[in-house]
Design a protein around this ligand. Structure first.
Ligand SMILES: [Zn+2]
Length: 87
């Protein structure tokens, strides 16, 4: 895995499980409890290529193969220009 953080140069990482959002053509897949190495200084997350490949495969299984995900949620989308300022 990563030896030096590409963003801050720190060398200390911790193994954590995080939420990962995969996005392709306005379609989203959120995956919970994805293992990664996280920089202890800046928090940048590094994922193993096999893990990202697995998530991409799962995305295809769900959107193209009709696989039923663990959970589905509705996500509101808004343009910032349409957000009304608090008066
Ligand atoms: Zn870092």
């Amino acid at each position: 895995m990563a030896k030096i953080c590409q963003f801050c140069g720190n060398k200390n990482f911790k193994s954590v499980n995080v939420e990962y959002t995969y996005k392709k053509n306005d379609q989203l897949l959120m995956v919970k409890n994805v293992p990664c190495e996280q920089c202890e200084y800046c928090g940048e997350q590094y994922f193993h290529a096999d893990i990202l490949k697995g998530i991409e495969q799962e995305f295809n299984d769900i959107y193209s193969g009709g696989k039923k995900p663990f959970l589905e949620i509705r996500v509101p989308i808004q343009n910032f220009a349409d957000i009304r300022k608090a008066s």
